[in-house]
Design a protein around this ligand. Structure first.
Ligand code: ADP
Ligand code: MG
Length: 238
């Protein structure tokens, strides 16, 4: 399960309205990319869905449940932070297990989930190492592993590859795509990178100054951009 519906979601910081009232439906299992220029509200929108920011008005529903005032830990979502959010003094195993230890999950169930995540992410041989002994791509996979073990209704990624070099970015793009196929879980992926949006998304949400300029598949946006802004950002120049 992982159907996410935003109804009139609005966010203001003080007097500044960063997200005007916005509606959006994300289907279970969809890979949705939020794309748009820096400062257009991508991170804010993701943080509202995650519960790291409170909506100023409107409602967020996850699988028919209104979660607008539910704490982040109880929304059943997993936010994947950039690789530097790992604990340097803990082993890979402990980093991945961290959310499960916090929830006091049964040890045998923890081990089962860690083994499963490690095998999906090719980290089985690295579980006893520290993050500092891993490559950038492996560290990114540990951050993803920490999300997988929680078996979330959806994964939320905020520019997870922006710290990686070009070659690694390409590899991680492919890996996240494969992960989405393996898990068939909803993923919301924020980027300002058109190539990431075009190659990864089932559905692209083009944001501009906090509102949705256009929603569609990569092909729809490429061939039928609504205006020059979308064309300039995604589509063929028309
Ligand atoms: P993006 O992720 O697309 O670059 P953000 O969501 O980070 O954009 O920011 C959108 C706008 O909201 C920006 O103008 C930013 O300055 C503003 N903003 C974000 N967080 C805060 C905050 N905590 N307080 C005040 N303004 C904020
Ligand atoms: Mg951002």
């Amino acid at each position: 399960m992982g159907r996410i519906v935003l109804k009139g979601v609005r966010k203001a910081f003080g007097d500044v309205e960063v997200i005007p009232p916005l509606d959006l439906e994300i289907e279970d299992g969809e890979f949705v990319v939020f794309v748009g220029p820096s400062g257009c509200g991508k991170s804010t929108l993701l943080r509202l869905i995650a519960g790291l920011e409170d909506v100023s008005s409107g409602d967020i529903e996850i699988d028919e449940r209104n979660v607008s005032t539910v704490s982040p830990a109880k929304r059943g979502l997993a936010m994947v932070f950039q690789s530097y959010a790992l604990y340097p003094h803990m082993s890979v195993r402990k980093n991945i297990a961290f959310p499960l230890r916090m929830s006091k999950m049964d040890k045998a169930e923890q081990d089962k989930r860690i083994a499963h995540a490690a095998s999906i992410l090719n980290l089985t041989d690295y579980l006893e190492r520290r993050p500092g002994q891993l490559s950038g791509g492996q560290r990114q996979r540990v951050a993803i592993g920490r999300a997988i073990v929680r078996e979330p209704a959806a994964f939320l990624f905020d520019e997870p590859l922006s710290n990686l070099d070009a070659a690694l970015r390409h590899g991680m793009r492919v890996e996240i795509g494969e992960l989405h196929k393996d898990l068939a879980t909803t993923m919301i992926y924020v980027t300002h990178d058109q190539i990431e949006a075009m190659t990864m998304a089932d559905k692209i949400v083009v944001l501009r100054a906090g509102y949705i300029e256009q929603v569609g598949s990569p092909l729809e946006l490429y061939h039928k951009p609504r205006n020059l802004f979308v064309a300039g950002f995604i589509g063929s120049p028309t």
